[in-house]
Design a protein around this ligand. Structure first.
Ligand SMILES: C[S@@+](CC[C@H](N)C(=O)[O-])C[C@H]1O[C@@H](n2cnc3c(N)ncnc32)[C@H](O)[C@@H]1O
Length: 269
């Protein structure tokens, strides 16, 4: 009998990349940004916001947590006077270039929604792509009050969150093949805090595994139920709070399996 020789497990070379390099530049801008599906979804989201909020040309719109500016540029193309704010400088840099490339007037600035203060209030505020909820519960409540203050009387808010009951569709490891290798996303949900977090790793063909370092979203995103978010919004002064569950027009009811929670609310006139 030939003796069985144990093959030594391959030693993977783990390389840590900053959140800006890995999540923002690689994932958000290059991988997601270059994807046709992202563009189509952004068009659908902007169309939905425009109709549901009753936006009009030249109105002042704030896209809070605007990321790489995919939707903000589309709002600008429709004639909105748009400002995008995001905490990640590399995404704002991309948004500025995108606006230039599309030849639209759009303002972008680096900022933290938890400390939002505006001099000139807005007709509408949108918080898209589940950008709301990365702070502590107190910080998220403060963000809602900041948004209320940033709106004109009669102004409208549309914000999206991760719907906690739809999470079962979202959990478990997910592999995605891309030019650089295989991207692994592990989503984790903490039932005690109702926060969704997780990690990203890129396994390259040469055995390198790229992992992300410290990141501003390390505590995950708070997944609010409808009663919780309604209470936050009415507590800040908002009225006419409505929730929906898909980006189709006419607005679709929220269902337990809806992944995104879409909430609209009005500031009193
Ligand atoms: C999931 S991405 C969505 C980006 C964009 N709205 C979209 O739909 O493509 C969440 C964004 O929220 C931003 N963000 C997280 N915390 C923030 C904060 N406190 N203030 C401003 N932006 C924040 C991140 O930098 C990131 O761009």
């Amino acid at each position: 009998m030939p003796s069985k020789t144990r093959t030594k497990p391959k030693q993977f070379n783990r390389v840590v990349r900053t959140w800006d390099e890995f999540w923002a530049e690689f994932w958000r801008i290059r991988l997601v940004g270059g994807d046709e599906a992202t563009h189509l979804k952004s068009e659908q989201v902007v169309e939905y916001c425009w109709e549901v909020l009753g936006m009009k040309k030249s109105q002042r719109v704030l896209d809070l947590g605007c990321g790489a500016g995919f939707q903000a540029v589309l709002f600008a193309e429709r004639g909105a006077n748009i400002t995008g704010i995001d905490i990640t400088p590399v995404l704002i840099e991309h948004a500025l270039q995108l606006a230039k490339h599309h030849n639209v007037a759009a303002k972008f600035e680096v900022g933290d929604m938890r400390k939002l203060r505006v001099k000139d209030p807005f007709d509408h505020v949108v918080v898209l792509g589940m950008s709301f909820g990365f702070g502590s519960d107190e910080e998220n409540a403060k963000t809602i009050r900041n948004i209320y203050d940033a709106l004109k009387p009669g102004g409208k808010l549309l914000l999206t969150g991760q719907h906690p009951y739809g999470l079962s569709n979202h959990l478990g490891p997910e592999w995605l093949e891309c030019d650089e290798g295989f991207l692994l996303h592990r989503a984790e949900f903490d039932e005690d805090t109702c926060r969704l977090g997780g990690s990203w790793e890129l396994a390259c063909p040469d055995g390198t595994i790229i992992v992300e370092g410290e990141n501003p979203e390390k505590d995950g995103v708070r997944c609010y139920t409808v009663p919780e978010i309604r209470s936050l919004l009415t507590g800040a002064g908002f009225s006419n709070v409505q929730s929906h569950g898909a980006w189709y027009l006419p607005p679709q009811p929220l269902q337990w399996f809806s992944m995104e929670l879409i909430v609209t609310a009005h500031k009193k006139k």
